[in-house]
Design a protein around this ligand. Structure first.
Ligand SMILES: *[C@@H]1O[C@H](CO)[C@@H](O)[C@H](O)[C@H]1NC(C)=O
Ligand SMILES: *[C@@H]1O[C@H](CO)[C@@H](O)[C@H](O)[C@H]1NC(C)=O
Ligand SMILES: *[C@@H]1O[C@H](CO)[C@@H](O)[C@H](O)[C@H]1NC(C)=O
Ligand SMILES: *[C@@H]1O[C@H](CO)[C@@H](O)[C@H](O)[C@H]1NC(C)=O
Ligand SMILES: *[C@@H]1O[C@H](CO)[C@@H](O)[C@H](O)[C@H]1NC(C)=O
Ligand SMILES: *[C@@H]1O[C@H](CO)[C@@H](O)[C@H](O)[C@H]1NC(C)=O
Length: 548
């Protein structure tokens, strides 16, 4: 008999002696949902302190509280309670499917669910369309016993549409905000997933990244985000941006919990050929086992100083706080036993900042990918065939806020006139790779014999985007009390201000998630930064309010 069973019997016994309800109340602790980990939630479920149905009730109440203020969730799964009760029943009958059994998870509304929920990318163009199947990542979550709790808001069409929209805005849901400052820019495009994971509106969430869409919003919401190697997680039935760059990954409050979700969603899939490039044929690394306090010990960590020097030009007018915070993070990494290698520069970074090749690759992939996604729908009442139809729909539909939010990124893609089966595509793609390979991350890793490179998370995504390599962002700090307040381009969201979170990112070669998780875990456990930040809004409903 395992410890688990003993504890369970003990809980039953106590509850028998004390009478219904009382036993649970006196022996159980209810983890605050804003920080609750998989291990705390599974302990409570195992001991019978609360059920998955209770978890669903609590999370839905929290979603309703927060949605009126920050708007991160587009839709709650009308079947969530039924699914939770079924999983509770399985547990009572002695079977659990794995570490995620009975835990509610939210998914970005780019990821298809073949159920009573919509899959919209935030646009009315897709409202009412029907998909032929669950996304493979969703099917994997369901098989593992996770409950798909709902769909999260995002920058419309994963931020492919406009040059003057705002992060976290879409026609269906409106504007999403993050929780650390009034009208905080949540970044994007996985904005709602980040805000929901941060505020404990679910156990964790899924996001998608082409360039920055997991890492950037995870940073701004003080959570952990993993952007996996392209091909580690299947993109089947996920609204595409770029088949060469897109990847699906976990967004969670701790490195360990993100690793647990990655374990479940990763793997080969005949419906996404990029997954056949994975070296882990049938046997994934044990990502949770990589969570080790000594994960940074003896590791060679490079700092691409020339990339850091571009920060003031690229992001914040006042980059000082980001850079000084980064130096403190490097100090913590050194104290954890790592060897810091200075000037591990990305040698072609200056020419990368001038080139349009990576943008052309994405534009060409988008033209082909949108057509393929639309062709695969089983119901498509707006009769959309490709990007031109989507643009026309968007410009002619009052809800889409055109022309206040233009369609310029699509206009440029259409004007470029290139799709990814055009004869000129392949040479352009090959040339673009140079900025990430020899001229970028891979060159730095091999010249300096590094295990990883670290960067402030705001600078981490662009080069790995080009070559499909993994990144993990971990909470580290926030803008100091004297930081200046900066707005986004549209002038309606606060980008930088006192208290807004800052994260650190670890970058490695393809398929290095296991080693990146080890480093990120050691960093997270030593710095314990997440709990120090202050939000301006938090949900109040807790498990004890719904149990019984
Ligand atoms: C995967 O590759 C095979 C062989 O090239 C091809 O026949 C098949 O259509 C591809 N499948 C998908 C989903 O792209
Ligand atoms: C790396 O970049 C920094 C900052 O731009 C520069 O000062 C340094 O000389 C570069 N190092 C090498 C080896 O190129
Ligand atoms: C891609 O462009 C070519 C012309 O270069 C065209 O024949 C083909 O139909 C296009 N494919 C897609 C998926 O748009
Ligand atoms: C453009 O969109 C409008 C409104 O959605 C529709 O009525 C019209 O048929 C579309 N035109 C084309 C050429 O698809
Ligand atoms: C966005 O750009 C369009 C032109 O493409 C312009 O008409 C509109 O006023 C702009 N909106 C804002 C808020 O700047
Ligand atoms: C904010 O405070 C820090 C340290 O106290 C100081 O180094 C920095 O110059 C100040 N920044 C501004 C913009 O006043």
């Amino acid at each position: 008999m395992g410890l688990t069973t003993l504890l369970y019997l003990y809980a039953l016994c106590v509850s028998f002696l004390l009478g219904p309800g009382l036993g649970a109340a006196s022996e159980c602790t209810f983890p605050p949902l804003i920080d609750a980990t998989q291990s705390e939630l599974q302990t409570g479920l195992r001991l019978g302190c609360f059920t998955s149905a209770d978890l669903v009730r609590a999370y839905i109440a929290r979603i309703h509280e927060i949605n009126s203020k920050l708007n991160p969730v587009l839709e709650v799964n009308p079947e969530a309670m039924e699914i939770a009760e079924q999983l509770d029943l399985e547990r009572q009958q002695g079977t659990t499917r794995g570490p995620l059994h009975g835990l509610p998870i939210l998914v970005k509304d780019l990821i298809a669910t073949d159920d009573r929920m919509e899959t919209t990318a935030g646009s009315y163009a897709l409202v009412g369309t029907k998909v032929p199947a669950d996304a493979t990542v969703v099917a994997n979550l369901r098989k593992s016993g996770a409950i798909i709790l709902g769909k999260t808001s995002l920058s419309e069409w994963a931020n492919t549409r406009s040059t003057n929209s705002s992060n976290g805005w879409n026609a269906v849901g409106g504007q999403t905000y993050a929780a650390y400052y009034e009208e905080q820019d949540p970044s994007g495009s996985s904005s709602g997933s980040a805000v929901s994971a941060d505020l404990g509106l679910a156990f964790a969430a899924l996001g998608t990244e082409t360039v920055g869409s997991i890492i950037l919003p995870a940073e701004k919401s003080n959570i952990v985000g993993i952007k996996p190697t392209v091909g580690l997680t299947s993109r089947y039935m996920v609204v595409p941006v770029s088949e060469h760059l897109d990847t699906i990954g976990p967004m969670a409050r701790t490195v360990r919990d993100a690793a647990l979700v990655l374990q479940v969603i990763a793997g080969q899939d005949a419906s996404d050929n990029y997954t056949s490039s994975s070296p882990f044929q049938g046997a994934l690394p044990k990502y949770i086992a990589a969570c080790d306090m000594r994960g940074l010990h003896g590791k060679r960590i490079g700092i691409p100083r020339n990339v850091l020097s571009a920060l003031p030009r690229r992001y914040y007018r006042s980059a000082g706080p980001v850079l000084s915070s980064f130096e403190r993070a490097v100090g913590s990494i050194r104290n954890a036993g790592a060897i810091i290698v200075e000037d591990a520069n990305f040698t072609a970074y200056e020419s990368y900042l001038q080139t349009q090749l990576p943008q052309l690759v994405i534009a060409a992939d988008m033209l082909s990918g949108f057509s393929a996604y639309l062709a695969g729908l089983t119901s498509n009442h707006n009769k959309l065939r490709g990007l031109e139809d989507i643009r026309n729909y968007t410009r002619n539909s009052a809800e889409e806020d055109y022309p206040s939010r233009n369609t310029e990124l699509w206009d440029l893609a259409i004007a470029a006139g290139l799709n990814n089966s055009s004869p000129t595509f392949w040479p352009i793609y090959q040339q673009s790779l140079f900025f990430g390979e020899e001229g970028g991350l891979l060159g730095a890793l091999s010249r300096h014999n590094l295990d990883a490179v670290v960067l402030p998370s705001s600078l981490a995504s662009d080069i790995p985007g080009i070559i499909g390599t993994p990144i993990i962002t971990v909470p580290f700090d926030s803008f100091p009390a004297n930081a200046s307040v900066e707005y986004n381009g549209r002038g309606d969201l606060v980008d930088a201000a006192p208290g807004i979170p800052l994260g650190i990112s670890f970058l490695g070669p393809k398929w290095s998630e296991e080693s990146l998780i080890a480093m990120a875990y050691a960093f997270e456990q030593r710095t314990a930064a997440r709990g120090r930040l202050q939000r301006v809004v938090e949900p109040l409903v807790e498990l004890e309010d719904v149990v019984g």
